[in-house]
Design a protein. Structure first.
Length: 70
C-alpha cells in the first residue's frame, strides 16, 4: 500500500479488528489505526431533528447513507 491515507470500516470480533472491505497490505505490515465508534442512525437523526424544520424520510435516509460512507 502506498503512503496515502484511507478510511476503512471494520468490525471488532474476539479481540481482532476485521476490515469490512479489502485492504492492500502485505502480511506483517504495520499501520496506524484510529478507532472511532459509529453513531447510530437514531442518534444522528435525533441530534439534527428540528434544526431546519421537518424533513422527508427519504432526505434523511440520503444524508445518513452519505454520512456513513465518509
Amino acid at each position: 500500500m502506498s503512503s496515502k491515507v484511507r478510511v476503512v470500516r471494520a468490525r471488532y470480533e474476539n479481540g481482532v479488528l476485521k476490515p469490512l472491505e479489502p485492504v492492500e497490505l502485505k502480511d506483517g505490515e504495520e499501520v496506524l489505526v484510529r478507532v472511532e465508534r459509529l453513531e447510530s442512525r437514531e442518534n444522528i437523526v435525533e441530534k439534527f431533528y428540528g434544526r431546519r424544520g421537518p424533513a422527508p424520510k427519504e432526505l434523511l435516509d440520503e444524508f445518513m447513507l452519505e454520512a456513513e460512507a465518509q
